[in-house]
Ligand binder design. Sequence first.
Ligand SMILES: [Zn+2]
Length: 323
Amino acid sequence: MCLPGCMSQVRERLEREHTTKTTHTTTQTTTQTTTQTQPPSSRRARRGFLKQAFLGSFAALGAATGVALSSEALAMEEGKAREEGKARKKRMLRRGIRKVVDLTHTFSPAFPTYFGTTGITLNKIADYDKVKYNLYRYEMLEHAGTHLDAPLHFSKDGLSAAEIPAQQLIVPLIKVDLRAKAEQNPDAQLTVEDLKAWEKKHGKIPPRCCVAMDSGWGRHVSTKKFRNADDKGAMHFPGFHAETADFLINDRGASGIAVDTLSLDHGPSSDFAMHYAWLPQGKWGVECLANLEQIPAKGAVLVAGVQKFEGGTGGPTRAIALM
Ligand SMILES: [Zn+2]
């Protein structure tokens, strides 16, 4: 999610949080120095993120491209991730990519946005009928349409969209079916229990994967139900519960999460708890995915091709699933 001006609020909030956190651990630290000091957790997250860059998606990358991987790379993978990566690579090399699903909505000025403002304004500055070529100049919200939230979106010094290594954006993709729960309650949240229920059926969540929430909300994209705002303006759609962040980061080592709604947090959230629990840890998230009903619960590879603007806090993304 995003709104012009909201980043200043986010920054203030983050600085407050950093202040609180650092003051908690070093009681003598003053507010002034705290806000100027890079938080250790953030530094660790940034280092860890970069360190994982090559490792992170090697299995998925190999599987998706059929590129022969070096023995050093293989040596760097550990445990189950290695075994799963090898198996996946073998399968894909043997049979090739059988199916490609575009998980991206077509973006337009009419596309719903988190704050209800227009996401993109297009001005045609060259017309084929007149000059024999077409060209637009456009102005758009950074976080609108199918797009990626970079760590920098909700942290002071996290990686920008341009700094996320490309290898980290090609990852195994799993899908958690939240449709029944969302049908009953539009404010439903994907919980640790939902993730454990998925694991009972499909096995352990693979490390460095992207976990996608399929709430069925993608089918509402052309209606008011997508934002589902009430009389007071509060929105009602599903999202990730903030408690899943700790589980996915520390117990499963996931790289990204994705939703078919407007926000990683569920609609009524006013504190963006999941955004704050997830993105500052060097993780990314994709919002407004389409066509999740066309991919399996496991076995797909996600290519999250976010635009590479310098300093971008995220941006429009062509999300593609390979199977
Ligand atoms: Zn966003």
